[in-house]
Design a protein around this ligand. Sequence first.
Ligand SMILES: Cc1ncc(COP(=O)(O)O)c(C=O)c1O
Length: 289
Amino acid sequence: MASRIAYVNGQYLPHSEAAVHVEDRGYQFADGVYEVIHVFNGDFIDADPHLARLERSLREMQLRQPMSMRALRAVLAEVVRRNRIHEGIVYLQITRGAWPRDFAFPPAHVPPSLVITARAIPRYREDVENLGERAISIPDIRWKRRDIKSVSLLPSVLGKQKAREAGCYEAIMIDDDGFITEGTSSNFWIVGQDGVLRTRHLSSDILAGCTRGSLMALMEGEGIKAIQEKFTLEDALAAREAFVTSATSFVKPIVAIDDKPVGNGKPGTITRTLHKLYTAHVKAHRRAA
Ligand SMILES: Cc1ncc(COP(=O)(O)O)c(C=O)c1O
């Protein structure tokens, strides 16, 4: 395997030597934002919505953009090229830079830190019938601005670990009123007994997933409708089908929640259709970034 290269504040460095300062605000305060973009055939999947969301996250956090979006695209592509990624993910993180520790923002002249890494992941699997995963439910204990893709991920870290310990892929989070928000690193969807596809509406309660948005646009082209509204864990347990979407999972069937099967415990018809639709979208990608 080729040795890995990371981009750190203007330099392409061997991965093993790549580091930021101990007083980087990302390290000390989780004062930063990030994006994860899927790479397929060396191209970026849904690059435009990912970069648009990044700009929004930066704006909401009053964080300065380290370089123009055009330059950023060039660096992303260079990191992928240097790491010889055919299929993988690229990770990008921007923090409020390094400065002697103080809760308030550092002076305006302090540059933000930009780190970009890339790694290969196993080939995208098309055999959706074998992709069924299990989930657990957990209380959503996150802050109230989940629409910002901030690196402050501790509740998700703890939730994902709980899922792993239960032998599950994802933890589905439940808000204080009993409604499902999303997975720790994915958006959550169900198909009810009425055959209706549902996913929670966008607000500051969830992250506006790029895969979610992209899938909805593809569905519109096919005349497949989804209702965007909140629903409960009971609704999910009574559903015919469930699945999650994210840049790393694409469309992943959820066949059991809290040890109870969803529907017949197998990836459902609509989930399989949507997986196929998204697969075609991934495969059609050409030099999007
Ligand atoms: C909390 C949360 N929701 C949803 C998603 C899915 O977003 P995307 O499809 O842009 O990867 C993620 C991705 O990491 C996430 O962390």
